[in-house]
Design a protein around this ligand. Structure first.
Ligand code: ATP
Ligand code: MG
Length: 235
């Protein structure tokens, strides 16, 4: 579904990612792990079109290079960004409507929003509340639902567990597991290696902008072998 080749990502003159390859097949969840500053968010920004990049990015065989963010969104790229980035002043419902803004089937969209309220009653109860008043975990659920309302071919998740209490982290990973079981294709950026490996098919470890290890999730066990790579490398 998503094929990335020799990807280099730039922020002005800074090169944050130095030529990585990565592939996510339809229905797969691929984990992209790495410490702070490794280039995980930069990689996702290159996919969404928010950062300048060279190399190839193909979605379902189609080359995305040169396409604007909205066009990539229309072709099936959606992201629940780092730090959730919900529209704090809009209501929960308005945030979800924004997620489906590229769709024309308004009636189906409204029904789908209702089904998210059933799936996450905590959002349903707060549907008319400003999203900024939600807890971190609730905002993460909202960010994921908002992304999926665009009906993407692939869902990019940038550190969905960041800053959440352990119990809520468990909830978020169960949601990811359920999405995968329903056939959603996912590229999951995480620092919580153990939890990410447990829900993923394959794993890439990024460090200082290069992939240092990759392979099937089973080869990474519980992630304890990655401690050196994921802590203190940077900063
Ligand atoms: N907008 C920007 N301008 C300049 N440099 C940037 C910008 N965004 C990221 N960088 C740099 O690119 C490198 C990779 O950053 P990136 O945000 O991709 O890392 P990350 O793996 O997502 O880290 P974290 O786990 O902290 O989110 C870092 O050295 C960072 O300082
Ligand atoms: Mg990041």
């Amino acid at each position: 579904m998503l094929e990335i080749g020799r990807l280099r990502v730039f922020h002005g003159v800074i090169e944050a990612v130095h030529g990585i390859d990565l592939c996510v097949r339809e229905g797969e969840c691929v984990a992209l792990l790495g410490p702070n500053g490794a280039g995980k968010t930069s990689t996702l920004s290159a996919i969404t079109g928010a950062a300048r990049a060279t190399g190839t990015i193909r979605l379902a065989g189609r080359d995305l290079s040169g396409l604007a963010i909205e066009d990539r969104c229309r072709l099936g790229i959606a992201i629940a960004p780092e730090g959730r980035r919900v529209f704090a002043n809009l209501t929960v419902r308005e945030n979800l409507v924004m997620g489906g803004a590229i769709r024309r089937d308004r009636r189906a969209l409204a029904a789908e929003i209702d089904s998210w309220f059933q799936r996450f009653p905590v959002l349903g109860e707060r549907r008319d509340q400003p999203a900024g008043t939600l807890s971190g975990g609730e905002q993460q659920m909202l960010a994921i639902a908002r992304a999926l309302l665009a009906r993407p071919r692939i869902l990019l998740l940038d550190e969905p567990s960041l800053g959440l209490a352990p119990q809520i982290v468990g909830r978020i990973f169960r949601i990811i597991e359920e999405l995968k079981a329903q056939g959603t294709t996912i590229l999951l950026v995480e620092q919580n290696a153990a939890a990410a490996i447990a829900v993923s098919d394959s794993v890439h470890v990024l460090s200082n902008g290069v992939v240092t290890r990759q392979g099937p999730a089973a080869a990474f066990g519980d992630g304890s072998g990655l401690m050196d790579e994921l802590t203190g490398v940077h900063g």
